[in-house]
Design a protein around this ligand. Sequence first.
Ligand SMILES: CCCCC/C=C/C(=O)SCCNC(=O)CCNC(=O)[C@H](O)C(C)(C)COP(=O)(O)OP(=O)(O)OC[C@H]1O[C@@H](n2cnc3c(N)ncnc32)[C@H](O)[C@@H]1OP(=O)(O)O
Length: 394
Amino acid sequence: VAMAHLAWRLAQRWCPSSLQVISFPVVQLHLNRTAMRASQKDFENAMNQVKLLKKDPGNEVKLKLYSLYKQATEGPCNVPKPGVFDLINKAKWDAWNALGSLPKETARQNYVDLVSSLSSSLESSSQVEPGTDRKSTGYETLMVTSEDGITKIMLNRPTKKNALNVEMYHEIMHALKAASKDDSAITVLTGNGDYYSSGNDLTNFTDIPPGGVEEKAKNGAILLREFVGCFIDFPKPLIAVVNGPAVGISVTLLGLFDAVYASDRATFHTPFSHLGQSPEGCSSYTFPKIMSPAKATEMLVFGKKLTAGEACAQGLVTEVFPDRTFQKEVWTRLKAFAKLPPNAMRISKEIIRNREKEKLHAVNAEECSVLQGRWLSDECMNAVVNFLSRKSKL
Ligand SMILES: CCCCC/C=C/C(=O)SCCNC(=O)CCNC(=O)[C@H](O)C(C)(C)COP(=O)(O)OP(=O)(O)OC[C@H]1O[C@@H](n2cnc3c(N)ncnc32)[C@H](O)[C@@H]1OP(=O)(O)O
């Protein structure tokens, strides 16, 4: 009810017309002109594009535009948190604050990317020509774009640190299936905001079906198995652009990627024992192979959090970049990769991956079955309740 009320209030305040709503940050841009540096022109172009949008992008997107704008121009949130009853300003403050210490440059880039995806997705689909660069919409929890031979799947719940809710699991599977068939050469997974992903959304555990917790655990295991299976079978080069901290399943899956590029702000944390859970994403098999059984045990059993540099030294990360230049350097490199002959890349990946596939599917099935049991344990239930009742964080 509170959320519906908030959405209604936001719509009332911000949506007399979409232009009026979205032009708010444009005005401030001019006031903050001096804050702009290298990508000022792109940023200004993006602001102008926003004014030209024909359709209202919705309150969630407007909050994102607002927060990225504030971060890009003023840096991390620097104003006191509004009171709980000041719903609109609290929503705006929450969105801005959720960006944490995201650098101004990255916020500008994310703003430009977001506007670019909106400009296309809110146009009539008749303007999309088959075979040309395109951006797809229809996702609630992702931003999916396809250009320069790269399909980019961006986790897009920055205010929840890109935690994976059930909808996001389904949307990622859908996006991966679509990417496997589109005409892009490579596929990239990344996160919007200051986190890559905080892993499984712990509120997934709260929606108990009529069959009770057993049915919930069974459904979770089925979903997880199908989800991880999509990564095992993905046919094109799959690259993770780890823009910030990564937790849980967003870390374990990295063992199934073909390359992992990380900002030096990223950390890698798999606190399964703390959560009364056990490893997934085939990490019980890939991590010992990648980094040695003892190092894998430190991460997967003892929950040791690695810095990006440490993860690179262990072989989980391919290369680390300074956060300041991360986006620019990585995307330049990816654009060059995407120009390579796509069939050759696909076949080379197949030859590397194929002899492992059967094993990976077997590991996935076993991990899901073990986790199904863990989800019913007191250890796991207590950990989830503690997080949800704000008694604990990682
Ligand atoms: C069905 C398939 C299952 C697959 C099995 C997968 C297993 C895993 O992935 S295990 C890992 C699960 N993840 C966690 O345990 C992380 C829990 N989150 C945290 O500990 C913290 O939120 C943090 C360290 C990630 C970030 O802390 P902080 O910077 O202080 O930010 P906030 O805690 O205020 O977070 C902002 C906002 O986002 C919500 N949130 C963040 N992560 C999650 C999450 N994993 N699940 C649910 N909600 C999450 C957080 O509650 C805040 O929400 P609001 O209070 O409403 O603003």
